[in-house]
Ligand binder design. Structure first.
Ligand code: BYC
Length: 472
């Protein structure tokens, strides 16, 4: 097991003390990160003690320690999964060569762009969520959002480490720029679309964790296959933390659905707005929105960028090494959904340029599993309603579907039909106002807002009414 060196300013398991130049670069960046965290991190709670987990090793059997800590004192650090002896590049033109410990010179620009794009999402999500603490539905949920936030901060550290360790002056400049862009800022926005959207309420937050963090899972899993070994090891450990973020999303929506069902049965009505609940059609509209903007994060269906990332050995497929094909894909094809006049059809396209779509397919299948679990709750309450994922072409901005209007059930429709019906499909101003009206803080241990059921269990074996954040 690789322990983490907590004696140094920057906890790490990468022997930072042996590389003075890198250590200095990161120690120079650290106060800028803390300044960014104070300016853009969770608003109003920096001085409060929160029951958080901190990574203390990368051992699968026990890598985290739980304790009260003030967020600015969180031990953000650099943790790479254990090296795999004899690891090779497992796909693309360099297949079979030893995995690279340094960046191959000719791939510097491409790899840097990938790492920067990944890194940019991490502070962006903290910025998007910074106001939510003030309207938490419980202390349990408040603690969970802060856990997600500090770990997104750590994921930023993970990417900055790669930039500073392997990309010289360019990398240091990119590290600075990661702290300068701002989610939603017209002049210096974050790189990817979904990370410039607002997360103004907790329904949006849980949807974000379910859909957008899950894009994180699939992108990190593909980067974990990289022939550039430090990127692979970094992403492998990040995935361990990411799992909790998706749990927060899935369980959060599940609890909102459960509460909706309880209120429907108690009051024998679908109209939950009189009773402080969130009705299922509103949940569906939020789902449609967050699913569609997250689908955009996979890029265009046909992408030469994606083909290059693969051929160069930089970004693989989900579970690349479990696949039994040639891992070159030069002759292979893949079915891709496309617009053909008035219809959406599926055509076989060269597999290499279809890799974004293939990853999107893996992602959609995973999302389906979560939606099935939510529907199970509805079914158990004897309610005749099903949540569904919108068609992948619905409300898209990136790729071939960005050019057409599509209904959630996958029909290409006219602009006139879109104008007449989009209020049935996406959150309306009314919905947003109502959800905002529910956002009243509940901070008494063990108490929950009217619109969400308590969780089945607390954090780390503690009771649900534990004082997860000390506000006193
Ligand atoms: N918005 O060939 P194309 C996470 C750009 S989330 C704006 O279609 P490509 C997390 C694209 O950059 C995971 N721009 O796509 C979750 C390119 O621009 P350039 C984040 C977009 O390159 C929650 C151009 O359009 N990680 O970790 O094959 C909380 C044409 O590109 C968008 C990664 O994304 C968009 N949605 O693939 C916290 C992994 N989509 O380069 C964290 C790294 C595309 O021509 N990134 N564009 O200027 C990648 O692998 C790829 O950059 C993408 C795009 C998959 C994003």
């Amino acid at each position: 097991m690789a322990g983490i060196d907590y004696s140094s300013l920057i906890p790490n398991n990468v022997s930072l003390h042996e590389n003075r130049r890198l250590q200095r670069a990161l120690e120079d960046w650290q106060p800028k990160f803390l300044e960014w965290w104070q300016d853009m991190g969770p608003l109003g709670f920096q001085a409060k003690e929160t029951y958080l987990r901190t990574a203390v090793s990368v051992d699968a059997k026990g890598w985290a320690q739980f304790d009260y800590i003030r967020m600015p004192e969180y031990r953000w650090g650099i943790f790479l999964a254990e090296p795999e002896p004899g690891r090779q590049v497992n796909f693309g033109d360099h297949k079979g060569q030893p995995a690279w410990q340094d960046v191959p010179g000719e791939y510097r620009g491409t790899l840097r762009r990938l790492i920067v794009t990944q890194g940019d999402t991490e502070p962006a999500s903290v910025e998007q969520q910074r106001h939510l603490g003030r309207t938490c539905p419980s202390l349990y949920d408040l603690r969970n959002i802060f856990q997600v936030n500090v770990e997104e901060g750590r994921h930023l550290w993970a990417m900055v480490y790669l930039l500073d360790a392997h990309f010289g002056r360019d990398g240091r400049e990119e590290s600075e720029a990661l702290l300068q862009r701002r989610s939603g800022d017209a002049d210096k926005p974050r790189i990817l679309g979904a990370f410039n959207e607002k997360t103004p309420d907790w329904l949006s937050f849980f949807m974000f964790c379910f859909f957008t963090d899950r894009d994180g899972k699939y992108q990190l899993a593909s980067l974990a296959e990289s022939g550039f070994d430090p990127l692979s090891r970094t992403c492998r450990f990040m995935l361990t933390e990411e799992a909790h973020h998706m749990f927060v999303g899935e369980a959060g929506i599940m609890r909102i659905v459960q509460r909706a069902c309880e209120l429907m049965r108690e009051h024998k009505t679908d109209d939950l707005r009189k009773h402080g609940g969130i009705d299922l059609p509103t949940i569906q509209r939020y789902l449609n929105f967050h699913c569609s903007v997250s689908l955009d994060l996979f890029g265009s269906e046909i992408s030469t960028n994606a083909a290059n990332f693969y051929t160069l050995g930089l970004k693989g497929r989900f579970e690349e090494t479990k696949k039994t094909d040639d891992h070159l894909l030069k002759q292979a094809t893949y079915p891709v959904a496309e617009v053909d006049g008035e219809r959406i059809v599926t055509r076989e396209e060269p597999a290499l340029v279809s890799l974004n779509e293939r990853l999107r397919d893996d992602y959609v299948a995973d999302c389906e599993r979560g939606v099935t679990r939510w529907n199970e709750v509805i079914r158990k309450h004897g309610i005749d309603f099903e949540l569904t994922l919108p068609h992948r072409a619905f409300h898209r901005a990136i790729g071939s579907f960005g050019e057409v209007r599509v209904s959630p059930d996958g029909r290409i429709i006219s602009q006139a039909e879109w104008d007449a019906r989009h209020r049935d499909w996406l959150p309306t101003e009314d919905d947003k106002e109502y959800i905002q009206s529910l956002m009243q803080p509940v901070v008494e241990p063990g108490k929950f807002a009217s619109w969400i059921a308590p969780p089945a269990r607390g954090v780390n074996g503690l009771p649900v009414d534990f004082e997860y954040v000390r506000l006193g």
